[in-house]
Design a protein around this ligand. Structure first.
Ligand code: SF4
Ligand code: SF4
Length: 380
């Protein structure tokens, strides 16, 4: 066992501030440094990055923003090995050594296999990745090992039974996915409790979706706590689960950092009545949301047609929330994306995106619906 961070909020380095919103790799380092300073000054210590975050630039930003500026023992850093980026033991070593070099961390407090599911586990097993992580641990380059996970609870149960050496699990957990039969957040959480593995929460605010709610849902939460942000309900819901060690929030600007740290500095779990309210909000959202995209951007780097998939899905969801009405401004936003990136109709159905999407979304079919929705001009 190991010591948990003193505070339950983690800085997810996946949606960092950008100098150019159209370039996921254009990290605004000065703003990031200020965010790190706010975070550290309030006693938070947990940072989470990965090989491909921010178009492969997130780990690189860790060095100037964090490791060069704070004593190594004053924070904990997690990074990950992703099955899409190695095909040999040598590749794995190259990734790991590059991660050490990019971050300047010297060692990783936590090292995870990334986006484990019923399919990717076969590759992780084939390359004996769990043993490889144990070797890194024995060499002092990694302190604790785990994996991030996106699949059903029975598969998780089997993996944790096969690998008792795993020390913690990163799960997609939020009030919207809590009872979802697809994500199985509650069931996965319960499997972790059964195996006595602490949980790191990812997608606590569901890629920002739970920070911007349908009017009816927003009214419900604002009536209960007018001063609290909508995002705070989501982060506090996740942090209220006793076996949750830390809730990651992919903060993108100083305002989000100020907001999250304000209520997580002296965290109070939600009451039963408050939990009932967020479950009601989940019902409202589920009745209106077209596609469960979290905006992680894993799908975009390898798209041969340079299609900004999550941005189109975000527009599509926004239109669903307004009962399918497409306004002139929706069309302007759509054309704005289409002028700089591929159109949904440019999709050649290569399947790359669906192979990497951790939410297992039917991207190709949904892009066809996006085309139909936005390429016919404004309509009701
Ligand atoms: S299936 Fe379409 S959207 Fe997906 S990667 Fe291929 S071209 Fe891009
Ligand atoms: S479609 Fe999937 S991979 Fe792409 S941004 Fe959305 S959730 Fe992430």
């Amino acid at each position: 066992m190991f010591e948990w961070p003193k505070k339950k909020l983690g800085f997810g380095l996946m949606r960092l501030p950008l100098t150019d919103p159209e370039d996921q790799g254009s990290i605004d380092l000065e703003q990031m440094k200020k965010m790190v300073d706010i975070f550290m000054s309030k006693g938070f210590t947990y940072f989470d990055t990965a090989w491909m975050y921010c178009a492969f630039k997130s780990e690189e930003a860790v060095k100037p923003a964090l490791t060069d500026r704070y004593p190594r023992e004053s924070f904990t850093l997690t990074t990950k090995l992703n099955s899409h980026f190695f095909n040999s033991r040598e590749d794995m070593e190259n990734v790991f050594n590059t991660q050490l070099k990019k971050t300047g961390a010297g060692y990783f407090d936590f090292y995870f296999l990334h986006a484990v599911d019923g399919e990717s586990i076969a590759k992780y097993e084939e390359f004996k990745c769990f043993d490889w992580m144990l070797e890194k641990k024995a060499a002092g380059l990694v302190r604790h090992i785990g994996f991030s996970y996106h699949d059903k609870a029975d598969v998780l149960d089997k993996i944790l039974t096969d690998h008792p050496e795993v020390e913690l699990v990163q799960l997609q957990l939020n009030y919207l996915d809590w009872e979802s039969e697809w994500v199985q957040a509650r069931k996965n959480y319960e499997v972790c409790v059964k195996h006595e593995k602490p949980v790191v929460v990812m997608e606590g605010v569901r890629g920002g979706m739970l920070a911007k709610l349908p009017a009816e849902a927003e009214a419900l939460l604002k009536a209960a706590e007018p001063e609290m942000s909508l995002a705070s309900w989501a982060v506090r819901f996740a942090a209220s689960q006793p076996n949750v060690m830390v809730v990651l929030s992919g903060m993108s600007n100083i305002a989000q950092m100020e907001d999250n740290t304000s209520y997580m500095e002296k965290f109070q779990p939600l009451t039963d009545d408050e939990i009932a309210k967020v479950m009601k909000v989940a019902d409202i959202i589920n009745s209106k949301t077209a596609i469960a995209c979290t905006g992680c951007h894993y799908c975009t780097d390898g798209c041969p047609q340079n299609i900004e998939i999550p941005w189109y899905f975000s527009l599509y969801n926004a239109v669903s929330l307004q009962d399918g009405r497409v306004s002139p401004s929706d069309i302007r936003n759509y054309e704005g994306i289409a002028q700089k990136f591929g159109r949904p109709s440019d999709c050649v159905e290569c399947g790359q995106c669906e192979g990497i999407c951790p939410q297992h979304l039917p991207i190709i079919e949904t892009l066809k619906k996006v085309t139909k929705t936005f390429e016919n001009g404004p309509h009701r």
